[in-house]
Design a binder for this molecule. Structure first.
Ligand code: MN
Ligand code: MN
Length: 467
């Protein structure tokens, strides 16, 4: 063996996916990514993602767990929690007390939520007040087309679903920004302060109507339009959830179309690949579970976030319908023997900002699925830190299936950091590893992923579910 060969056998180097997959795999990747872009366009809110996932599950023969009395190996079921959170399961051949294989991802994304009483008139224009959701860079949300998605429950109890600004025939909305000519004061502020949260007001109209008795004629016009078209009054906004999101569609990026650019890829890229992963599984050995949660971007709180008891209660319900009853002892066995891939996006090294990464331990776009042993910040604080045993186990599953993967941590030590749902799954006493797809421009209105990484994430989940 030459020294060159010996060095290669002794050292570790990440691989570029495109250099290591077949033409057939490339075709499968492109077909998957065409479907992924359509998934992104169809689901720009957590509720819309649940509906998309539900339809895909029903088309694949999944039954509603609520309407199922008994379960047996091979059965496929789903359960929805409050329209914002969905769990899919394929019952395995093995005793469920030996554990389940869980993949968890989140379907909420950073955005602007309308305030409860949003509508006002100023300088002859009608606007909507917002409160941003999740960690956004506020300056990225001005001066671009925005769409309005959500639900309103009227005083009379009707549910009105809104989706305005996605079709070419529909108008869009926007948040105006200051012209550079008059931005001397604004430009001297920091990026964090240049655009203030209370200035993220959405322009929705400017044509006054009404007689001189009406003081706010533009607001009146907006209220009339909203009432004519959707049957909503200003009071009804109090019981609504309306999200302002980018109005553009997911696109291929690059002359070679190797990337996808779109809003909401954090974490719908993992949600989509998890969904496609479980749909590809029949008669697994271990019960396969896909869990798509809400509220990750604001700390996983609430009854639709990972901290909700929905997951545990649904596992107990599945066990009860499968083995007749689920005692505390049964439940403890199921949970303690389970394994989880906590799937969320990671930071890809950005060629414009290389200095925030430590490149031996950073994810590169196009180099495959990312396994993240630990997250956290400032001394791994807030991380669940997967065990060496578990990293080995997952790495072997991926290697045996020919999945190309890499490892990473989020940025240089002391540069920042973050965490996701893994820690809450780990707290239940489940073996869990953070993993997912590297993303550029994370949390921006136009996040970028490499198609090859999307494909390898999908392959990872299929391999995990089949293990
Ligand atoms: Mn995320
Ligand atoms: Mn995020």
């Amino acid at each position: 063996m030459t020294d060159k060969e010996l060095f290669k056998s002794l050292s570790y180097e990440r691989k570029n996916v495109y250099e290591n997959i077949t033409e057939e795999e490339k075709r499968e990747m492109n077909a998957l990514c065409d479907e992924y872009r359509a998934f992104l366009d169809a689901g720009k809110t957590e509720r819309e993602c649940v509906e998309t996932a539900l339809k895909a599950a029903q088309d694949a023969g999944y039954k509603n767990l609520d309407e199922t009395d008994t379960l047996k190996a091979g059965d496929k079921v789903y359960k929805i929690n409050r329209a914002k959170n969905i769990l899919l399961a394929v019952i395995g051949k093995d005793d469920i007390r030996n554990g389940i294989n869980l993949v968890g991802a989140h379907i909420d994304s950073p955005r602007l939520d309308l305030k409860q009483n949003p509508l006002y008139e100023s300088t002859g224009m009608a606007l909507l007040k917002t409160h941003y959701y999740g960690g956004i860079k506020k300056y990225q949300w001005t001066a671009m087309p925005l769409a309005l998605h959500g639900v309103v429950f009227t005083k009379d109890g009707d549910k009105v679903t809104l989706n305005i600004g996605e079709k070419d025939s529909e108008p869009v909305f926007c948040i105006t920004d200051l012209l550079p000519h008059l931005a001397k004061d604004q430009m001297s502020k920091s990026l964090a302060e240049g655009i203030e949260g209370e200035n993220l007001n959405v322009l929705i109209g400017g044509m006054p109507v009404g007689d001189d008795e009406v003081k706010e004629k533009v607001k009146f016009a907006a209220l009339k339009l909203i009432n004519d078209r959707y049957g909503i009054t200003e009071r009804d906004f109090l019981s609504a959830e309306i999200e302002i999101v980018p109005a553009f569609k997911a696109r291929n990026v690059g002359l070679d179309e190797s990337f996808i650019g779109a809003y909401g890829q954090d974490d719908r890229v993992c949600a989509f690949t998890t969904l496609k992963g479980i749909l590809a599984v029949d008669n697994p050995n271990k019960t396969a579970v896909a869990l798509l949660v809400d509220k990750e971007e604001i700390g996983s709180m609430g009854n639709t976030g990972m901290l909700s008891a929905f997951f545990e209660m649904t596992v107990a319900e599945i066990a009860e319908k499968l083995i007749g009853s689920c005692t505390m002892s049964d439940f403890n066995k199921i949970i303690s023997n389970s394994a989880c891939m906590s799937s969320d996006v990671g930071a890809a090294v950005d060629p414009n900002y290389e200095s925030v990464s430590e490149k031996n331990n950073a994810a590169f776009a196009g180099c495959g699925m990312v396994l993240v042993k630990y997250t956290g910040a400032r001394g791994k604080s807030g991380s669940s830190d997967a065990s060496a045993e578990f990293v080995y186990r997952i790495g072997k599953i991926l290697d045996d299936d020919g999945v190309i993967w890499q490892t990473s941590e989020l940025g240089k030590v002391d540069q920042g950091g973050g965490g996701t749902i893994a820690q809450y799954v780990a707290n239940l006493n489940i073996d869990v590893i953070d993993c997912g797809v590297p993303v550029l421009s994370m949390h921006s209105p136009f996040e970028v992923t490499a198609k090859s990484d999307v494909y390898m994430a999908y392959r990872s989940y299929v391999a995990f579910y089949k293990s």
